[in-house]
Design a protein around this ligand. Structure first.
Ligand SMILES: [Zn+2]
Ligand SMILES: [Zn+2]
Length: 258
């Protein structure tokens, strides 16, 4: 399976508009982070997790035109802000209906924010609206996409639930502040974990670095890549030097084979 980190940034991206901190002013390309999103190619299926506000730029940059399956973690705008741009994928795929998989709390958000495009019932009258299928998934109930088995996992993003995903040996878990034992039990020593870690300082609804590292200690996956990294985490080079060998900070454009 080929995994491409399309974006590894926090909700406002790095550099952040108006910020003059050393990270936002850095000329190291590894310090430039679009909003968090992951592209996975497995068994000839093209999967995209979270079409955020940088979705268009990310697809253009990586030459992505075909997406068979969209998985969505939660309805915050930095994770669904690119839904309007999925129209282009619909056209590029000869108007094959788009396939979205999400839990009910996420689908509610999508129907609310994108009602002109994806009305809860019936078809959109918006010019060029894509046909879309929204599949209701539930935490810990595995489901089959076109070619893969996916297990949705539960995390907590403050009081909001968030969906993690296991695809083969890959586990994607971001925007978590708490992870129940039931989810932790799914992580094995063979797995590659992509884990959200926002910053060095504690945060109300995100793991900070210490919490992410404690979770890695607890669950012991083979390898962990940190994502959803904010500018307050520090520069990539400093972060790399600070982490144990089995934990790497991801960066935009990183490609891994699992
Ligand atoms: Zn987020
Ligand atoms: Zn969020």
């Amino acid at each position: 399976m080929r995994v491409v980190f399309l974006g590894t940034g926090s909700s406002l991206g790095t550099p952040m508009i108006g910020c003059t901190c050393v990270v936002c002013r850095s000329d190291d390309p590894h310090d430039k982070r679009l909003r968090a999103s992951l592209y996975v190619e497995s068994r000839s299926e093209r999967i995209l997790i979270d079409p955020g506000p940088d979705f268009r730029a990310q697809c253009l940059h990586h030459g992505i035109t075909q997406i068979d399956t969209f998985l969505i973690t939660h309805p915050h705008r930095d994770h669904i802000g690119g839904l309007d741009d999925t129209r282009a994928v619909y056209y590029a795929m000869d108007k094959r209906p788009l396939q979205f998989y999400a839990e009910d709390f996420t689908l509610e958000g999508i129907f609310k924010y994108y009602d002109y495009l994806f009305p809860r019932e019936g078809n959109s009258h918006y010019h060029g609206a894509p046909q879309a299928r929204f599949q209701h998934i539930e935490a810990f109930r595995s489901f089959a996409t076109m070619k893969n088995k996916v297990i949705p996992l539960r995390g907590w993003h403050g009081s909001m639930p968030v969906t993690g995903f296991r695809i083969g040996r890959l586990i994607y878990l971001t925007d978590v502040k708490e992870v129940p034992a039931e989810t932790a039990a799914f992580i094995t020593p063979d797995d590659v974990l992509v884990l959200g870690a926002l910053q060095q300082q504690p945060h109300a609804i995100h793991f900070n670095l210490d919490e992410a590292l404690a979770f890695v200690e607890q669950t012991r996956p083979a390898q962990t890549f940190l994502t959803h990294i904010g500018h307050r985490m520090g520069k990539q080079a400093d972060l790399e030097a600070q982490l144990p060998a089995n934990v790497r900070p991801a960066y935009d454009g990183l490609v891994i084979e699992i």
